[in-house]
Design a protein around this ligand. Structure first.
Ligand code: ATP
Ligand code: IP8
Length: 259
Protein backbone atom coordinates (compact mmCIF):
# COMPACT_ATOMS: atom_id res chain seq x y z
CA UNK A 1 0.00 0.00 0.00
CA UNK A 2 0.99 3.62 -0.45
CA UNK A 3 0.57 6.53 1.99
CA UNK A 4 -0.33 9.79 0.25
CA UNK A 5 -0.31 13.18 1.92
CA UNK A 6 -2.22 15.82 0.00
CA UNK A 7 -0.51 19.04 1.10
CA UNK A 8 -2.43 22.10 2.21
CA UNK A 9 -0.70 24.15 -0.48
CA UNK A 10 -2.21 22.05 -3.26
CA UNK A 11 -5.72 21.39 -1.93
CA UNK A 12 -6.23 24.97 -0.63
CA UNK A 13 -5.03 28.47 -1.34
CA UNK A 14 -2.87 28.90 1.78
CA UNK A 15 -3.01 32.69 1.54
CA UNK A 16 -6.83 32.96 1.59
CA UNK A 17 -8.91 31.77 4.55
CA UNK A 18 -10.91 28.63 3.77
CA UNK A 19 -10.36 28.65 0.01
CA UNK A 20 -10.53 25.08 -1.30
CA UNK A 21 -8.85 24.12 -4.58
CA UNK A 22 -11.66 21.88 -5.74
CA UNK A 23 -10.58 21.35 -9.33
CA UNK A 24 -7.07 20.35 -8.36
CA UNK A 25 -8.28 18.04 -5.57
CA UNK A 26 -10.79 16.45 -7.95
CA UNK A 27 -8.03 15.72 -10.49
CA UNK A 28 -5.67 14.33 -7.82
CA UNK A 29 -8.41 11.98 -6.59
CA UNK A 30 -8.99 10.82 -10.16
CA UNK A 31 -5.26 10.17 -10.56
CA UNK A 32 -5.27 8.05 -7.40
CA UNK A 33 -8.26 6.08 -8.71
CA UNK A 34 -6.64 5.62 -12.14
CA UNK A 35 -3.49 4.15 -10.57
CA UNK A 36 -5.50 1.31 -9.03
CA UNK A 37 -3.16 1.36 -6.03
CA UNK A 38 -4.26 0.68 -2.45
CA UNK A 39 -3.78 3.91 -0.56
CA UNK A 40 -4.41 5.69 2.70
CA UNK A 41 -4.83 9.45 2.41
CA UNK A 42 -3.73 12.12 4.86
CA UNK A 43 -4.24 15.79 4.11
CA UNK A 44 -2.90 19.08 5.37
CA UNK A 45 -5.00 21.88 6.83
CA UNK A 46 -3.91 24.67 4.51
CA UNK A 47 -5.88 27.89 4.94
CA UNK A 48 -8.57 25.96 6.88
CA UNK A 49 -6.03 25.56 9.72
CA UNK A 50 -2.90 27.66 9.62
CA UNK A 51 -4.43 31.14 9.48
CA UNK A 52 -6.55 30.94 12.67
CA UNK A 53 -4.00 28.68 14.43
CA UNK A 54 -1.30 31.27 13.78
CA UNK A 55 -3.45 34.24 14.83
CA UNK A 56 -4.27 32.62 18.19
CA UNK A 57 -0.88 30.92 18.69
CA UNK A 58 -2.48 27.49 18.92
CA UNK A 59 0.92 25.97 18.15
CA UNK A 60 2.11 27.17 21.61
CA UNK A 61 -0.52 25.13 23.47
CA UNK A 62 -3.00 26.50 25.99
CA UNK A 63 -1.96 30.00 27.10
CA UNK A 64 -5.28 31.78 27.60
CA UNK A 65 -9.05 31.37 27.50
CA UNK A 66 -9.39 33.35 24.27
CA UNK A 67 -7.73 30.42 22.47
CA UNK A 68 -10.56 28.01 23.23
CA UNK A 69 -12.98 29.42 20.68
CA UNK A 70 -10.13 29.50 18.13
CA UNK A 71 -9.44 25.83 18.95
CA UNK A 72 -13.10 24.98 18.27
CA UNK A 73 -13.18 27.15 15.13
CA UNK A 74 -10.07 25.44 13.75
CA UNK A 75 -11.52 21.99 14.45
CA UNK A 76 -14.68 23.03 12.63
CA UNK A 77 -12.74 24.36 9.65
CA UNK A 78 -10.41 21.34 9.31
CA UNK A 79 -13.41 19.01 9.43
CA UNK A 80 -15.12 21.07 6.71
CA UNK A 81 -12.00 20.74 4.55
CA UNK A 82 -11.80 17.02 5.20
CA UNK A 83 -15.40 16.53 4.09
CA UNK A 84 -14.62 18.43 0.88
CA UNK A 85 -11.63 16.14 0.22
CA UNK A 86 -13.59 12.99 1.07
CA UNK A 87 -16.39 14.11 -1.25
CA UNK A 88 -13.91 14.33 -4.14
CA UNK A 89 -12.44 10.90 -3.29
CA UNK A 90 -15.90 9.33 -3.23
CA UNK A 91 -16.88 11.10 -6.47
CA UNK A 92 -13.77 9.57 -8.05
CA UNK A 93 -14.95 6.11 -7.01
CA UNK A 94 -12.72 5.80 -3.95
CA UNK A 95 -14.76 4.95 -0.83
CA UNK A 96 -13.28 7.23 1.80
CA UNK A 97 -14.20 8.19 5.35
CA UNK A 98 -12.85 11.17 7.27
CA UNK A 99 -11.28 10.35 10.64
CA UNK A 100 -10.74 13.65 12.51
CA UNK A 101 -7.37 13.36 14.20
CA UNK A 102 -8.26 15.52 17.20
CA UNK A 103 -11.47 13.57 17.85
CA UNK A 104 -9.78 10.16 17.76
CA UNK A 105 -6.25 10.62 19.06
CA UNK A 106 -4.34 12.51 21.72
CA UNK A 107 -0.86 14.01 21.83
CA UNK A 108 1.78 14.00 24.53
CA UNK A 109 4.41 16.74 24.45
CA UNK A 110 3.49 17.58 20.87
CA UNK A 111 3.86 13.96 19.70
CA UNK A 112 0.89 11.96 18.49
CA UNK A 113 0.15 8.92 20.63
CA UNK A 114 -1.91 6.42 18.59
CA UNK A 115 -2.68 3.63 21.05
CA UNK A 116 -5.63 2.15 19.26
CA UNK A 117 -5.33 1.81 15.48
CA UNK A 118 -8.22 -0.64 15.11
CA UNK A 119 -10.56 1.83 13.35
CA UNK A 120 -7.89 2.82 10.83
CA UNK A 121 -6.86 -0.78 10.17
CA UNK A 122 -10.41 -2.10 10.23
CA UNK A 123 -11.60 0.37 7.60
CA UNK A 124 -8.60 -0.29 5.39
CA UNK A 125 -9.11 -4.07 5.58
CA UNK A 126 -12.75 -3.52 4.63
CA UNK A 127 -11.69 -1.62 1.51
CA UNK A 128 -12.52 1.84 2.85
CA UNK A 129 -9.89 4.60 2.68
CA UNK A 130 -9.44 6.20 6.10
CA UNK A 131 -8.65 9.90 5.66
CA UNK A 132 -6.94 11.71 8.52
CA UNK A 133 -5.64 15.24 8.54
CA UNK A 134 -3.60 18.00 10.19
CA UNK A 135 -5.66 19.14 13.16
CA UNK A 136 -5.69 20.54 16.70
CA UNK A 137 -5.69 17.75 19.27
CA UNK A 138 -5.69 17.52 23.05
CA UNK A 139 -2.19 17.27 24.50
CA UNK A 140 -1.57 15.79 27.95
CA UNK A 141 1.22 18.30 28.66
CA UNK A 142 0.21 21.44 26.71
CA UNK A 143 -3.60 21.32 26.92
CA UNK A 144 -3.74 21.11 23.14
CA UNK A 145 -1.28 21.00 20.29
CA UNK A 146 -1.16 21.07 16.53
CA UNK A 147 -0.74 17.71 14.85
CA UNK A 148 0.56 18.18 11.32
CA UNK A 149 -0.39 15.84 8.52
CA UNK A 150 3.33 15.15 8.13
CA UNK A 151 3.52 13.84 11.69
CA UNK A 152 0.47 11.68 11.00
CA UNK A 153 2.23 10.21 7.97
CA UNK A 154 5.15 9.19 10.17
CA UNK A 155 2.87 7.57 12.75
CA UNK A 156 0.81 5.78 10.08
CA UNK A 157 4.03 4.25 8.69
CA UNK A 158 4.02 1.96 11.72
CA UNK A 159 0.35 1.12 11.26
CA UNK A 160 0.32 0.37 7.51
CA UNK A 161 3.96 -0.40 6.58
CA UNK A 162 3.67 1.24 3.13
CA UNK A 163 5.88 0.41 0.17
CA UNK A 164 6.11 4.11 -0.66
CA UNK A 165 5.16 7.48 0.86
CA UNK A 166 4.16 10.39 -1.37
CA UNK A 167 3.94 14.01 -0.27
CA UNK A 168 1.93 16.04 -2.78
CA UNK A 169 2.64 19.75 -2.76
CA UNK A 170 2.56 22.73 -5.13
CA UNK A 171 6.26 22.76 -6.06
CA UNK A 172 8.32 20.26 -8.08
CA UNK A 173 10.21 19.19 -4.97
CA UNK A 174 12.68 20.50 -2.41
CA UNK A 175 14.93 23.31 -3.62
CA UNK A 176 17.84 25.10 -1.98
CA UNK A 177 15.58 28.13 -1.63
CA UNK A 178 11.86 28.76 -1.92
CA UNK A 179 11.28 28.50 -5.72
CA UNK A 180 8.35 30.91 -5.50
CA UNK A 181 10.61 33.65 -4.16
CA UNK A 182 13.81 32.60 -6.00
CA UNK A 183 12.88 31.13 -9.40
CA UNK A 184 16.55 30.42 -10.26
CA UNK A 185 17.09 28.03 -7.36
CA UNK A 186 18.02 24.40 -8.04
CA UNK A 187 15.80 21.34 -7.47
CA UNK A 188 17.33 18.79 -5.10
CA UNK A 189 16.46 15.43 -6.68
CA UNK A 190 17.69 13.34 -3.76
CA UNK A 191 17.64 14.59 -0.18
CA UNK A 192 19.80 13.23 2.59
CA UNK A 193 21.11 14.54 5.91
CA UNK A 194 24.05 16.28 4.26
CA UNK A 195 21.88 18.72 2.27
CA UNK A 196 19.54 19.56 5.15
CA UNK A 197 21.50 22.58 6.42
CA UNK A 198 21.75 24.06 2.92
CA UNK A 199 17.96 24.25 2.49
CA UNK A 200 16.44 27.67 3.05
CA UNK A 201 12.83 27.59 4.07
CA UNK A 202 11.54 31.19 4.01
CA UNK A 203 7.84 31.06 3.33
CA UNK A 204 5.33 33.50 1.93
CA UNK A 205 2.28 31.97 3.64
CA UNK A 206 1.32 31.34 7.25
CA UNK A 207 2.50 27.94 8.49
CA UNK A 208 2.41 26.91 12.15
CA UNK A 209 3.92 23.48 11.57
CA UNK A 210 7.32 24.52 10.35
CA UNK A 211 7.25 24.58 6.56
CA UNK A 212 9.60 22.81 4.22
CA UNK A 213 12.56 22.14 6.54
CA UNK A 214 10.39 20.16 8.94
CA UNK A 215 8.99 18.33 5.93
CA UNK A 216 12.49 17.31 4.80
CA UNK A 217 13.29 16.11 8.34
CA UNK A 218 10.09 14.10 8.27
CA UNK A 219 10.96 12.67 4.82
CA UNK A 220 14.36 11.58 6.14
CA UNK A 221 12.85 9.85 9.18
CA UNK A 222 10.41 8.03 6.88
CA UNK A 223 13.17 6.93 4.50
CA UNK A 224 15.17 5.84 7.56
CA UNK A 225 12.45 3.25 8.13
CA UNK A 226 13.28 1.68 4.78
CA UNK A 227 10.68 3.25 2.54
CA UNK A 228 11.12 5.68 -0.38
CA UNK A 229 9.56 9.05 0.36
CA UNK A 230 8.80 11.27 -2.61
CA UNK A 231 7.67 14.89 -2.82
CA UNK A 232 5.84 15.61 -6.06
CA UNK A 233 4.05 18.58 -7.59
CA UNK A 234 0.31 17.91 -7.52
CA UNK A 235 -0.44 21.17 -9.29
CA UNK A 236 0.95 19.62 -12.50
CA UNK A 237 -1.47 17.23 -14.20
CA UNK A 238 -0.39 13.58 -14.24
CA UNK A 239 2.61 13.85 -11.89
CA UNK A 240 0.93 12.07 -8.97
CA UNK A 241 -0.32 9.30 -11.27
CA UNK A 242 3.21 8.84 -12.70
CA UNK A 243 4.78 8.60 -9.24
CA UNK A 244 2.08 6.13 -8.15
CA UNK A 245 2.97 4.04 -11.22
CA UNK A 246 6.69 4.22 -10.46
CA UNK A 247 7.49 6.38 -13.49
CA UNK A 248 10.05 9.19 -13.55
CA UNK A 249 8.88 12.78 -13.06
CA UNK A 250 10.69 15.83 -11.70
CA UNK A 251 10.48 15.39 -7.91
CA UNK A 252 12.52 15.01 -4.75
CA UNK A 253 13.14 11.61 -3.25
CA UNK A 254 14.47 10.52 0.12
CA UNK A 255 15.63 6.99 -0.68
CA UNK A 256 14.54 4.26 1.70
CA UNK A 257 17.37 2.83 3.74
CA UNK A 258 17.30 0.29 6.55
CA UNK A 259 19.23 1.14 9.71
P1 ATP B 1 0.91 21.60 4.52
O1 ATP B 1 2.16 21.21 5.25
O2 ATP B 1 0.26 22.84 5.03
O3 ATP B 1 -0.04 20.47 4.37
P2 ATP B 1 2.30 21.29 2.04
O4 ATP B 1 2.51 19.86 2.43
O5 ATP B 1 1.79 21.52 0.68
O6 ATP B 1 1.33 22.02 3.04
P3 ATP B 1 4.15 23.41 2.72
O7 ATP B 1 4.53 23.31 4.15
O8 ATP B 1 3.16 24.46 2.32
O9 ATP B 1 3.68 21.98 2.22
O10 ATP B 1 5.45 23.53 1.86
C1 ATP B 1 5.38 23.80 0.49
C2 ATP B 1 5.71 25.24 0.27
O11 ATP B 1 7.02 25.49 0.81
C3 ATP B 1 5.81 25.61 -1.18
O12 ATP B 1 4.61 26.21 -1.60
C4 ATP B 1 7.00 26.56 -1.27
O13 ATP B 1 6.62 27.87 -1.64
C5 ATP B 1 7.54 26.62 0.15
N1 ATP B 1 9.01 26.51 0.26
C6 ATP B 1 9.79 27.27 1.08
N2 ATP B 1 11.07 26.93 0.97
C7 ATP B 1 11.14 25.92 0.06
C8 ATP B 1 12.22 25.14 -0.47
N3 ATP B 1 13.48 25.32 -0.09
N4 ATP B 1 11.92 24.17 -1.40
C9 ATP B 1 10.62 23.95 -1.79
N5 ATP B 1 9.57 24.67 -1.31
C10 ATP B 1 9.81 25.64 -0.40
O1 IP8 C 1 -1.26 21.45 7.31
C1 IP8 C 1 -1.58 21.66 10.37
O2 IP8 C 1 -1.37 20.50 9.61
P1 IP8 C 1 -0.51 20.58 8.25
C2 IP8 C 1 -2.84 21.58 11.20
O3 IP8 C 1 -0.39 19.18 7.76
C3 IP8 C 1 -3.36 22.90 11.65
O4 IP8 C 1 0.84 21.17 8.61
C4 IP8 C 1 -4.60 22.88 12.43
C5 IP8 C 1 -2.81 24.05 11.41
Amino acid sequence: MILIKLGGSVITDKSRYRVFNRECTERLCQEIKKSGKKVVVIHGAGSFGHIIASKYFLNLGLKGKDQISAYARTCYDTRCLSLLVVKELNNAGLPAVSIPTGSCFIMKNGRLDVRDDSVLKGMFELGVIPVTFGDVTLDTEFGFAICSGDQLVEVLMDVFHPSKVIFVSDVDGIYYENPKLNPGTQLIETVNKSVLDAIKTDNSTMDVTGGIRKKVESMLRISGKGCDCILVNGAVKGRLLSVLNGEYVPCTIAKGQMK
